[in-house]
Design a protein around this ligand. Structure first.
Ligand code: GDP
Ligand code: MG
Length: 424
């Protein structure tokens, strides 16, 4: 059985938190795209963890974790993340972590390129996390990247470095006037951070197919939401990879398999980190209040997130892109301090109401249409059953289900593992 856990919105929907919860029913958790630009926060009985590269299943002892070919892996960052988790008592061995030989390595010069380009853009920047993600995906498609499997044949790998370094310096030195990349620093980098990972690298496709045949339950964990997908998101203010559930089997290493279940993680209100059109955005005091209530600061970067009310056109689009047959609505508790709640029900463009999410350029001219619904203005963070929720909260959930034509199966009312309700 293959399940995908994906984001419906602009990211930070609480995917890490839901994967941590739902992974109790799974044998394997795979990350299938992105790199250490991800920031998944998990709070459970072992403590508080922020995961950038490792799948969130790493926190459960009986779950095997896979880092798929769709990922880009900063091996220095990974070694730091593994060390940090181990110091928090988490076991990580080749038994419970398998890294695809086809995953691409994020290089120090990719991080440098990312920073150089953001600095060049200055005021017009895209809001990159400066972790080299766009440059390394560009290298992948230029067929100039290094892959994890190459670390298993070091001599052969070293023979490729000179040529790549020469090519890279064409832009780093000649384009950006920065100090040149050297072959030696790359060799040292692979030796220091790549060699210790050798035992974890394998053909994860073989492993996953075997496990699938044996009836094991496999979960795919996305980083970022539908609206940051390279094809379907608000391009160019997107990530550089496919965050879409349909890509999960490909990015994980099993293009021959299809997902049985797509669980979309959707926020009870909107948040967005970085640049790009965000039609439902709140400003001033309204934004402050919601940002504070939701603790909206990026897990990977600490940047304050932009916030707004629940956005129907964007969420409906996200649900469609993800093919989500079940929804987990997160952070509902954050909306507790309101007598009345606003919902963005449509976008207005030149006097007309749009109900479908439009092309990115069109978004710039769209204004939000807000509708007011009743709030509940009482603490719901201790609710554990549907019956515990106040009627106004149930009405809010039902309203979203109808407006987005979806099935909300889970409602999350807190960051802790047990703070959720199954809506059956
Ligand atoms: P991800 O990138 O989708 O995994 O989400 P992040 O971890 O970046 O951001 C979600 C934030 O909301 C984290 O700080 C979580 O601890 C927190 N969180 C998740 N679910 C809930 C919830 O239901 N209520 C509250 N109050 N916080 C939540
Ligand atoms: Mg996040």
């Amino acid at each position: 059985m293959l399940t995908s856990i994906c984001g419906i919105n602009w990211g930070d929907e609480g995917k890490g938190r839901m994967v941590d919860l739902l992974s109790s029913d799974f044998d394997i958790v795979c990350r299938y795209q992105g790199g250490n630009n991800a920031g998944h926060t998990v709070i459970n009985e072992k403590g508080k963890f922020i995961l950038n590269l490792l799948p969130s299943g790493i926190l459960r002892e009986d779950v095997v974790n896979v880092m798929g070919n769709g990922m880009v892996i900063d091996i220095k960052h990974l070694s730091g993340e593994m060390e940090k988790l181990r110091s928090q008592g988490i076991k990580i061995t080749p038994e419970n972590l398998k890294i695809s030989d086809k995953a691409v390595i994020t290089m120090p010069y990719n991080v440098l390129q990312d920073c150089l380009e953001e600095d060049r853009l200055a005021g017009k920047k895209f809001g990159s996390t400066r972790r080299g993600i766009a440059p390394v995906y560009a290298d992948k498609f230029m067929k100039k990247a290094f892959r994890m499997g190459e670390l298993l044949n070091f001599d052969r790998l070293c023979k490729r470095i000179d040529d790549i370094v020469e090519w890279k310096n064409l832009s780093v030195v000649n384009g950006y006037n920065a100090a040149p990349v050297t072959t030696q620093e790359i060799v040292d980098y692979f030796k220091t951070y790549g060699e210790p990972l050798k035992d974890y690298i394998c053909d994860v496709g073989v492993y996953l197919n075997e496990q699938n045949k044996a009836g094991k339950k496999i979960m795919f964990e996305a980083q970022l939401g539908a609206l940051r997908d390279i094809d379907f998101g608000i391009y160019p203010y997107t990530s550089s990879s496919s965050t879409i559930a349909a890509y999960a089997p490909i990015g994980a290493g099993v293009p021959n398999l299809q997902i049985d279940n797509s669980i979309g993680i959707m926020r009870a209100y909107s948040s967005c980190v970085g640049e790009g059109p965000f039609t439902c955005e709140y400003f001033g005091e309204k934004a402050e209040k919601l940002r504070e209530a939701g603790g909206e600061y990026g897990a990977a970067t600490g940047r304050p997130r932009r916030v707004g009310p629940f956005d129907v056109p964007a969420s409906r689009y996200g649900i469609r892109c993800q093919g989500a047959n079940e929804i987990a609505l997160t952070k509902l508790d954050v909306l507790s301090g309101y007598e009345e709640l606003e919902v963005c029900v449509a976008y207005e463009l030149n006097g007309k109401e749009l109900t479908e999410f439009p092309f990115t350029d069109v978004l710039d001219d769209c204004k939000p249409v807000f509708k007011t619904v009743k709030g509940w203005n009482c603490d719901i963070s201790k609710c554990r059953k549907k019956e515990d929720l106040p009627q106004e909260a149930l009405d809010y959930i039902a309203y979203i289900e109808k407006a987005c034509d979806c099935y909300i199966k889970y409602v999350s009312v807190g960051a802790e593992r047990e703070a959720y309700i199954v809506m059956e």
